[in-house]
Design a protein around this ligand. Structure first.
Ligand SMILES: [Zn+2]
Ligand SMILES: [Zn+2]
Length: 408
């Protein structure tokens, strides 16, 4: 009963949205894209569809009212062929998916919960691989997202944009940034030079951007001896600059415990802490490593840690996949009721919990089973537990989409 009521409620809203708001921006080479949709009713996937124009696509959306809409990052000669071989792949955009789910943030301890389905043991934070009490792997997870994890995803996106710009020489016109409508950001690169790269080449790009196998000694930073030598290295490699910047941060901020965690010996760590001021003073002069008692091995560990912090936490599978379907720009996300929208202005000041909000008029009465405190727009709601409440429609939709409430 409750499920049906929710479904009818969402279907009405989604339908009105697709009928009235003409939400789609231009999709480049639309005729060559494959489209896929998840239905609201059964969440089954319909794919291998193609459209001649944005108009026919919008017409389809307002008739079928899907829960989620996707399009290929690839271009095909026959996008609606049901067999991959017959589609005739022509190339694909380079896309990146940054999801708060893949980024460790302390807020997860506050808003994510898990429960063992066998013994009912439960706790806060990310779910363990197996139940610590009975060893069962049947674990139910309730995950949420908040300003803090969205901010962490944004910081990763900023790092990614720097790679695309500085290391790959891409211009702003070739790179589009989107909020995904849920927990993160999508970055689309449309550039002739990247279009025909195969899966292996895309994996190389993934390794470069995530910093997989980054080796500080290849940059020679731990044994550098002068400012000239440092300058030369930095001019040659953007990665060297990242290692230097993050290395500086580590020296500045890490305490004894952190330094021991990254593999420094007690005595060396203490030497580093006691000489911190001096090291910082000598850092950009290329002479930071001349402090007695902090050896090359220690510097290597520090730069390895710097490499970890420099890499971007992207979903590696998405970028390497040349047949990927990605959420369609401008459409609704069925887990939130928010939209995937382009970040047009400055990413720094972009507030997804404001700008991706779609349903703005009216209120809805819902019964909330349980929800943490959350924000939509400028308002804070909850926490709720088995409560009947009247909420602005966007907040009600979010809870319904997350499976935490039903319409009353
Ligand atoms: Zn258990
Ligand atoms: Zn969070």
């Amino acid at each position: 009963m409750e499920r049906e009521r929710n479904l009818r409620f969402l279907k009405n809203l989604f339908k009105r949205f697709y009928e009235q708001e003409a939400p789609l921006e231009k999709i480049s080479a639309i005729k060559y894209r494959e489209f896929g949709f998840l239905t609201l009713e059964m969440h089954t996937m319909i794919r291998h569809l193609s459209f001649e124009s944005e108009n026919s696509l919008v017409k389809f959306l307002s008739e079928k009212v899907p829960a989620d809409c996707y399009r290929s990052t690839a271009y095909y000669l026959n996008p609606s062929a049901t067999n991959m071989g017959e589609k005739e792949w022509l190339g694909a955009d380079l896309v990146f998916d940054i999801d708060a789910d893949h980024i460790p943030s302390s807020c997860k301890k506050k808003h994510d919960r898990w429960k063992c389905l066998d013994c009912e043991e439960n706790g806060y934070g990310s779910a363990p691989g197996a139940c610590p009490k009975c060893g069962s792997k049947r674990i139910d997870e309730k995950v949420w997202f908040c300003s803090e994890c969205l901010e962490a995803a944004k910081m990763e996106t900023v790092k990614l944009l720097e790679f695309l710009n500085l290391d790959f020489g891409l211009t702003d016109q070739e790179v589009s940034i989107y909020f995904s409508g849920h927990r993160g950001y999508h970055v689309h690169v449309e550039s002739e030079e990247f279009k025909t790269l195969d899966q292996d080449a895309r994996r190389e790009i993934v390794d470069y951007i995530t910093g997989l196998g980054a080796e500080p000694s290849l940059h020679g930073l731990e044994s550098i001896t002068s400012e000239e030598e440092l300058d030369k290295t930095l001019k040659f490699s953007a990665w060297a600059e990242r290692l230097m910047k993050n290395g500086y941060d580590i020296v500045l901020k890490y305490g004894l415990e952190d330094l021991l965690r990254i593999g420094l010996k007690d005595k060396v760590a203490l030497n580093l802490i006691n000489n911190k001021e001096k090291i910082i003073e000598l850092w950009w002069k290329g002479k930071f490593n001349q402090i007695v008692g902090v050896d090359e091995g220690a510097w290597r560990n520090i730069f390895l840690e710097a490499a970890k912090r420099s890499g971007v936490l992207i979903d590696t599978v998405v970028t390497a996949d040349v047949h990927r379907l990605i959420r369609l720009e401008g459409t609704l996300h069925s887990k939130t009721g928010f939209r995937k929208i382009r970040v047009l202005k400055d990413l720094d000041s972009f507030d997804p919990l404001k700008e991706a909000v779609t349903f703005k008029r009216g209120e809805a009465k819902v019964h909330v089973y349980e929800s943490p405190e959350f924000r939509v727009g400028d308002s804070i709601f909850g926490p709720y537990s088995e409560a009947d409440v009247e909420l602005p429609i966007s907040a009600a939709v979010l809870l319904i989409c997350k499976g935490l409430a039903y319409v009353i």
